[in-house]
Every structure is written in C-alpha cells, then in structure tokens.
Design a protein around this ligand. Sequence first.
Ligand SMILES: [Mn+2]
Length: 406
Amino acid sequence: MKQLSFIHAADLHLDSPMVGLKYLPADILTRVKESTFTALKRLTAEAILRKVDFVIFAGDLFDGEDRSLRAQSRFRTEMLKLAEHDIPVFVVHGNHDHLNGTWVHLDMPENVHIFSHEVEMKPLETKSGTRSHLYGFSYPERHVFEKKIDDYQKIDGADFHIGILHGNESGREEHGNYAPFSIKDLFEKNFDYWALGHIHKRAVLSENPPIIYPGNLQGRNKKEKGPKGFYHVTLKDTDANLEFVETSDIVWQEATVDASSAENFHQILHLCQMTINSLRKEKIGTLLTLYLENVHLENAKEKKSVNNELLELLLEDEREEKEFVWIVELGIAENVQVDREHLMAEANFYEEMFKTLDDHTDIEETLAPLYDHRLGRKYLENLTNLNQKEIVEQAEKLLISLLYQA
Ligand SMILES: [Mn+2]
C-alpha cells in the first residue's frame, strides 16, 4: 500500500515586527518577538520526531519583502536540521515574500526546493518507493490577481498529486484577492491534496480530497486568535488522516467578564482573576483582550478604582510568570443600555449625535491627529488591524455613559 506522511504549514511571517506591543514588560516582549521563530522550531522538531517524508511551506515564510537576514538565517538553521534527517522541504513564496523584493541573499541547503514564478511540477520518490508530484508557483511580485489555478495540470506517473497554492478562495474578504480560485476549480484538477496558504485562519475547505488552509504558525495580533500550528497529513490510497499540531508559543485570546453580580471592587477583581486563571495554558503565554461588562458600582471611589487601578493589579502578578496571561486591552462597559428612541425623545442633541455616528465613514481622518502624534504613533496599533465599526460602537457607549454621568 502506498503511503505518504508530510507536514503542511503556511504563513510563517518570520520576524513579524509585532507592532503596538512596545509597552509589554521586556521579558514578555522578547518572547513575543521570538514567537514566530519558536513556532518554526517546534515544527522542525515535530517533523524529525514524526519522521515525515517532507515538509510544505505554502507561502509568506517571511513577513517582509526584504527578508531580514535574521529571519533567513534562522530559517536556514531549521532547514539544516531537517537536511540532517533527510527531510526535503517544498516552498512557494507568497505576496509577502514575493520574488521581486530586494534582500541580501543567504543560500538555502539542498533539501529546500523553491518553486519558480511559473506553475511547475517537482517529483519526489520517498524511501519507501512512493512517488509524488508536487505542483506550485512563487509570487513574482506582490500583487498577483490572475487566476493561476488554470496553470496547474496533472502530470501522470505518480501515486499522489499535491497542489501547493498561496491564494484566496473567491469570496473571502479578510485578505487580498490574490491568485483567486473556487473549490470547484480545485476539485476539477483531481489532485489528492491541496496545500493552501494566505488565509491566516485555519480552514478545512474539503475533506475528500483534503483542501486545507492550515492558518499561520503563530498569531501576530488580536485578530489572529486561538491556537496556531500546522497539519500533519497522512495519505493512504484514497484515505487521508489530518492532525492539527499546535506550535504557537504565544496565543491571542478574547474573553468577557460579566460583572452584573459584583457589588464592589474586590468582587470584580476576583471575577477577572478567575477568568485569567481559566485561560492559563501550559508552556504558553497568552495575550488577552478582556471585556468587562455590566459594571454597576454605586460607590464612586470603588468605581474609579475599576477604571484606574484594576488593570495594573491584574498585570502585577503576570510579570514574572512564564505561563502569563497578559491583558493587552481592557474594555470596561458600564451598564448602559443604548435605547436610541428613548434618548432622542429626551433631547435633540442625541438625534444629532447618533446621526454623526451612523454617517461616520472616514475614521482614519478622524484619528489622524492621534496617529500623526509622535508618541501616539509609537504606541498605537496599526489602524488597518482594528475593526473600525467596533471603534465607533465603543465610542457611542462611552459618549452615552459620560453624558449620563454628567
Ligand atoms: Mn500571509
């Protein structure tokens, strides 16, 4: 029986700058900045342990088109480890590490096979005599909008045919619409496996044949939530076994604490601590966006402490913690129900305010003074990473709670 065992990973984005996190304690920041490399090390260790036949990287290995020397050198070191165990590696480059960038070149070891800018086939015969044909292409430049899928043509003479494609399933809007395809396009090729890249959220588009976005190896911002890793794929005749293996050293999470039962500051603190401890993961650091809802403290002093001191207290214990849960953002929502009808009946001012909020489209322009500010720029997260609708909704809640306090 013919059998194949390989690792499929994508979107490593090695040496991502991890913007907007400069205020983290030094130890945690170092670990976050290292995390894309740590994830890769975990992958190579697993590849060796699992004795896989080969490894596929489906694009965006490097975050920047200039491929920092640090990133290349670290990647090279890991590839050498695989070479020592006779594990070949198949690479396509994507929109982030396209071939038109300029970089100081480090040679990769001979076990690393990089696909050129045109779709091509690379054959491989494993030690057990199973023959595979791998098909793929690297991005010649950043923007590839053509439907490259038409260039994938099955060439007979192998037990398994594997397509590697860094591209966007038509209709997905979270990333650029590069090298678009539909699932039907892929089915028609009659391949045994499709190793996709580009979408950072893990997705199994089909199980038979498997068509997989493994997601990125390590999340880099709050939108890239949850465990990240690769797939270990085993193909046996027409049977496929898929195992997701986590590699992330840092996990981004989101949680909500309902404070409606809390009557004082201490109870709110306790509720937050319980949530934090329930999220703590073995050997992994967590970066948490925490929403505190339904705060309804009567005592003004206690209320003020929630706004001013709660976060500091929660972070205090995490500084020295290896398995930290560090709150990167704390959103506090007081118990304000936005009843627009009611408010508008109360004063004309509200009608005007809601209209302004609803018509608000150019948030970038509004926030420009903040983002142009010398210090603001340094600490703020890139605006394109934030959900603009969410910002306007939060602004509405904040405005109403402030107006009501007054
Ligand atoms: Mn990517």
